[in-house]
Write a protein that binds this ligand. Sequence first.
Ligand code: P1T
Length: 385
Amino acid sequence: MSKKELRFNSKTIHGGQSPDKAYGAVMPPIYQTSTFAQSTPGGHQGFEYSRSANPTRTALENSLASIENGNYGLAFGSGLAAMDAVIKLLDPGDEVISTNDLYGGSYRIFKKIFEKYGIVFHFVGMQDVGKIAAQINKNTKLIWVETPTNPMMNVIDIKAVSQLAKKHNILFAVDNTFATPYLQQPLDMGADIVMHSATKYLGGHSDVVLGALVVKDKELADRLYFIQNASGAVCGPMDSFLVLRGIKTLHVRMQRHCENGKAVAEFLAKHPKIEKVYWPGFTDHPNHLVAKDQMSDFGGMISFVPKGADYHTAIKIVERLQLFTLAESLGGVESLAGHPASMTHASIPKEEREKSGVVDALIRLSVGIEDVEDLIEDLRQAIEE
Ligand code: P1T
């Protein structure tokens, strides 16, 4: 059976993998080397220098391509380094349309790094695809979508955006960090580039920072490989190994994240001291039907606002949590809580952030894979104390 034909759960374990050539090691060795011996100039076994390529990184890149149904995978030192490579495809004067509700660091790299090189960014609420269409002009070269969004859990219709992008010949990238390919596969819905902060669910154990891109098209892959090598924001072999190991259990972890996420979201929604819960699995979520169509389940990320939308109440809740750790990041086996306004989204100006709902009382949860009764008890004591 060809590895291309495997189903998703098998791909997480076997996709793009083969036993190591030296001794048949089932997991690729951590090739902790910067360089490779050559018998004569150019006489090497496919690897010359680890910025350009390293066998452990290549094993990870092949796995990434497989699980996202792409042809080419590229791994970077962080999710933001992967985004940096995508924006370097553009020229001064080019314009990008991006989600207005996205990870604060993504907003920051667009506005604070690339705007000064003459690239223009427009941030729009993409739940209504018409708003994207209204921003397109002859300079629009890239549409950047994050779905579900961080932290408001808005859902954007990938197929509809893809049709729009194709009509206008615009490159279309999807940040698939929150959903992961377990829940949605953007390349199959017409995206040109899938991006990941593999620091999150792909790594899955909060022990590594790494970024990824996956594409189908060879010409686009070659341009990105050129940038990866020329700019050099690559990940090391140890980190590549950790993410490769994480991917092998992605499907079982995600199944539990989804089950626990649903139970926690429903607990919060029924609680009298909670005002609003953002989770795409609710039938009254504005784009629930799109989520149902493009995702196979709804994930373990939830945001909520306590009754009265009071900043101090929110801070008290996150301080009282005992099993949920107050920390940046998400997607690990352990449950985390965050306060976006002061943590992950502090780099977005208050007026901008509040327009998309990131108010000072918002709390974000990354629901882990502990016993869900323990998670609910922890939330109950933090909310009711
Ligand atoms: O942290 P890094 O691996 O560089 O990835 C950046 C990034 C990109 N896209 C999304 C959707 C993200 O959530 C992130 C990182 N986010 C956090 C650290 C966080 O706590 O939200």
